[in-house]
Design a protein around this ligand. Structure first.
Ligand SMILES: Cc1cc2nc3c(=O)[nH]c(=O)nc-3n(C[C@H](O)[C@H](O)[C@H](O)COP(=O)(O)OP(=O)(O)OC[C@H]3O[C@@H](n4cnc5c(N)ncnc54)[C@H](O)[C@@H]3O)c2cc1C
Length: 428
């Protein structure tokens, strides 16, 4: 891990008079909006890389065919960065960063931008394994436009990866008449995100949506006529789309700021880069400390929406602000998913109602409590997955965001007739 180039103590600094926000996506736009909301009347510079105003990414997969234009944040959230910032450069990506005790200097192809503070909101980039360079991706509005133009009935589409985006796209493409095959190296879809047991309950959704799912199918390489599996088999395709995850867009920061093994900037609960009182990070590029959930990796819309407010409050010395907890949503293969909280990799799972045609849920327990044997009657629930129960999302979000671990009476919590809030037990 590279050492920071400049490490300074954290004296009480006056609020900045100028801020450069790097990244014109959701987190960058929300940072600009929060600065103005909290009374900042200094200079704001916004640097972007895509050459278009900030837009929302979740509709790119879910509404690929029904919303051909990007969902602009100026329409969706009312955040018009051109009106809020002094200097908006949407096609001038940052290439370098130098931090000083009193501010930051960002280098671009056209020169430098100096400011009293920098907010890094550069998001993530899709993971492209070696040998996959010829495959398509779905990360930007430009990717979505290309894919929309290519999709047609009968198209043999191979999607590598049954994660959030792969599953969403598979259902949409099959609905448009494409012949869709999803190749997943693990034994179940969403295995890394939801665990193999819960992932196994999603397998049948693929067949029901007209999608062929092959699990345990590791792709070794993509070529002009399809993909080659690690066992040697060739799977033909007219179009191959790789959806095996994303990583922080932080290559240009390596050597300047410490990055974790994923490439994320590890920040405190306010988004402050430790040791650099003038540097902050929000959204997908950051892994953020959370009082209840420990370190929370970026990568999800809700954090990019909410975290900038806390960051700007801390930067300007403004108190208050609402706590929130990790939250991921997805609409895939005709189903609605909401994951509230953060499961541990080895969280034991208990189900609330049997997976079937109606709503069900999974409770992810704290593995440390259950390490010596089975779960007690009261357990700490690190996360709740709600399947096809959108009306319950608000209530469970509130339970997760109380600022303390969620302790549930499991006998009541696993009874679908009992509301989860009525299963809350006293703190340990
Ligand atoms: C297809 C798709 C579907 C998704 N669906 C969901 C969903 O259903 N639920 C959910 O929770 N999350 C979803 N996400 C994730 C969610 O969209 C992201 O978590 C969110 O967009 C993160 O916001 P951000 O501002 O941190 O990053 P981004 O939205 O990636 O914005 C960062 C911006 O910074 C720019 N940038 C990069 N490097 C530089 C640089 N050096 N200088 C200047 N600018 C730079 C990038 O080009 C980009 O425009 C989805 C993502 C995708 C791609």
């Amino acid at each position: 891990m590279p050492e920071p180039t400049t490490t300074v103590p954290s004296p009480a600094l006056p609020p900045p008079r100028s801020v450069v926000v790097v990244g014109a996506g959701l987190a960058g736009a929300q940072t600009v909006a929060a600065l103005r909301t909290h009374g900042f009347d200094g200079r704001i510079t916004l640097l972007g890389a895509e050459g278009v105003p900030p837009y929302d990414r979740p509709p790119l997969s879910k509404e690929l065919l029904t919303r051909p234009e990007p969902v602009w944040l100026s329409d969706d959230l009312g955040v018009d960065v051109e009106a809020l910032a002094d200097d908006v450069r949407l096609a001038e990506p940052a290439q370098g960063l130098a931090l000083r005790p009193d501010g930051a200097v960002v280098t671009t192809a056209r020169g430098t931008v100096e400011a009293d503070a920098v907010v890094l909101a550069v998001g993530s980039v899709p993971v492209v394994p070696p040998g996959f360079a010829s495959s398509d991706l779905l990360h930007t509005a430009a990717d979505a436009a290309r894919l929309r133009g290519a999709l047609r009935p009968g198209l043999r589409l191979v999607i590598v990866g049954a994660g959030w985006i792969g599953a969403e796209l598979a259902g949409v493409a099959a609905g448009a008449g494409a012949e869709v095959t999803v190749l997943e190296a693990a034994d179940a879809p969403l295995s890394r995100q939801l665990g193999p047991e819960v992932g196994g309950h999603l397998v049948r959704w693929y067949a029901e949506a007209g999608v062929r799912l092959r699990t345990g199918a590791a792709v070794a390489a993509v070529d002009g006529s399809g993909v080659r599996l690690s066992g040697g088999e060739h799977v033909p395709a007219d179009l191959v789309l790789t959806a095996v995850g994303a990583r922080p867009a932080s290559d240009w920061l390596s050597g300047t700021l410490p990055l974790d093994p994923r490439g994320a900037l590890v920040v405190d609960a306010d988004g402050r880069v430790p040791g650099h009182p003038r540097a902050w990070a929000v959204g997908d590029v950051a892994t953020r400390a959370h009082a209840v959930f420990g370190t929370v990796p970026g990568g999800h819309w809700s954090a990019a929406l909410h975290d900038p407010d806390a960051t700007v409050r801390a930067m300007l010395g403004v108190g208050g602000g609402a706590a929130h907890a990790p939250y991921v949503f997805s609409q895939q293969l005709g189903h609605d998913l909401a994951l509230l909280g953060l499961p541990a990799a080895d969280s034991p799972v208990v189900l609330r109602d049997a997976p079937g045609d109606g709503p069900w849920a999974a409770l992810y327990l704290d593995p440390q409590e259950t390490a010596g044997g089975s779960a007690g009657t009261v357990a700490t629930v690190r996360a709740v997955l709600l399947v096809d129960s959108p009306r319950d999302v608000g209530g469970v979000r509130r339970l997760m965001a109380r600022g303390e671990p969620l302790r549930l009476d499991l006998a009541r919590a696993t009874d679908p007739a009992v509301r989860l809030k009525d299963a809350v037990a006293a703190p340990a």
